[in-house]
Design a protein around this ligand. Structure first.
Ligand code: ADP
Ligand code: MG
Length: 349
């Protein structure tokens, strides 16, 4: 169909009135057809212009977004991105957002209501988490953790005595991998509601960066920080946020084979505090981005595909949003937004 219209467009100057009328009817029928499809479809479809203003919005998108409209989605025009968020009004809904650039600098946004899907996954995990097998599994995982720590410590000591020894490096790498698997596994099994207290997001971030310092150095990754001294307070569970940032940094590290940079940018917005973690790693293609945040989706041998699911759950339970923008070969940026306790009221001019 597309090539047919392209053909018509090419020769439009040479068409007589009757043919033009005929072609116009074809186009208009086609338009009606798509309009009907877009009206019936159970996915929100929104098109934004280069400034982020809505040029098209199908009925399901209107229904999903209610009065708050598109503004509450925080879409960056022109980006290829995926995002998860929870709307609390008029009822709690979990939404999945995909944005992609279109021709003429507009942006397509597809919104899916994943409330049922996510609840189902979480209920399944909780159910699995309540069984005796889970306690056994968690117990075993925990028990494996201790000797792993001892192994890791001893390997570090050995590495100091014999720097550059390949066998030691391989062992270290494998121990780190096991450690990661067990960490993800335990986090997925033991969700635990966040215990929210007022705090500064820079603290769990700094804690994480400190813990990972050696790994950044080992992989020749430069970390660039842009964190304001004073930040508005957010309601947070410090330990859980540390887990989120740890997962994001770990993924960023794993996405970089041959060194690179990670930029950490924290900024205060009117309604929330935003943490952006951008890496110069392998990035993701559209297909990977589409399935991001879904459990057990991994592209790594030895990955669990649980890290981002856990992170997204934690951020959502903080009332925040998590999203990613990525391009294969260029890198990835994850953005976590956490609601401020005291919003800044903007006076209307
Ligand atoms: P895992 O790390 O165990 O694979 P995650 O849930 O943490 O599980 O990540 C899921 C997948 O998302 C990864 O396997 C990877 O393909 C992709 N991914 C996540 N973060 C990044 C990143 N910073 N750069 C490139 N790909 C990423
Ligand atoms: Mg991971």
């Amino acid at each position: 169909m597309k090539s047919f219209f392209k053909g018509v467009r090419k020769h439009i100057g040479k068409l007589d009135a009757a043919t033009l009328r005929e072609q116009y009817k074809l186009v208009s029928d086609e338009f009606d057809f798509f309009e009907t499809v877009f009206r019936a479809i159970k996915e929100g479809i929104i098109v934004l212009d280069e400034h982020g203003s809505v040029t098209y919005c199908n009925p399901f998108a209107e229904e999903l977004l209610g009065k708050g409209g598109v503004e509450q989605l925080g879409v960056v025009p022109g980006a290829r991105a995926k995002k998860e968020l929870t709307l609390t009004y008029p009822e709690e809904r979990m939404l999945e957002l995909q944005t992609m650039p279109l021709e003429r600098r507009s942006t397509l946004v597809i919104v899916r209501d994943v409330t049922g899907e996510r609840r189902h996954t979480e209920e399944a995990l909780v159910a699995a988490g309540q069984s005796a097998v889970r306690d056994l599994a968690a117990g075993v995982a925990h028990e494996i953790g201790n000797p792993l720590n001892a192994l890791s410590l001893n390997l570090q000591l050995m590495a100091r005595e014999r720097p550059g020894d390949e066998l030691i490096e391989t062992c270290k790498h494998q121990v780190n991998r096991l450690d990661g698997i067990i960490r993800d596994f335990l986090q997925a099994l033991r969700p635990g509601k966040p215990c929210l207290v007022p705090g500064n997001v820079a603290e769990p971030l700094a804690e994480c960066l400190k813990a990972l310092k050696v790994r950044f150095e080992e992989k020749r990754v430069r970390v660039i920080l842009d964190i304001p001294r004073a930040l508005p307070v957010v309601a947070m569970d410090r330990n859980q946020l540390e887990q989120v940032f740890f997962n994001l940094f770990k993924n960023a590290l794993e996405a970089m084979q041959d060194g690179g940079t990670i930029e950490v940018q924290v900024s205060a917005k009117d309604m929330d505090v935003e943490v952006r973690i951008q890496d110069s790693g392998v990035g993701m293609d559209a297909e990977q981005l589409k399935h991001l945040f879904e459990p057990y989706r991994t592209t790594k041998t030895g990955g669990t595909g649980l890290g981002l699911m856990i992170s997204s759950r934690i951020v959502r339970e903080h009332g925040g949003t998590i999203g990613a923008e990525s391009e294969a070969g260029k890198g990835t940026a994850f953005t976590v937004r956490l609601p401020r306790i005291e919003k800044r009221i903007r006076t209307l001019k």
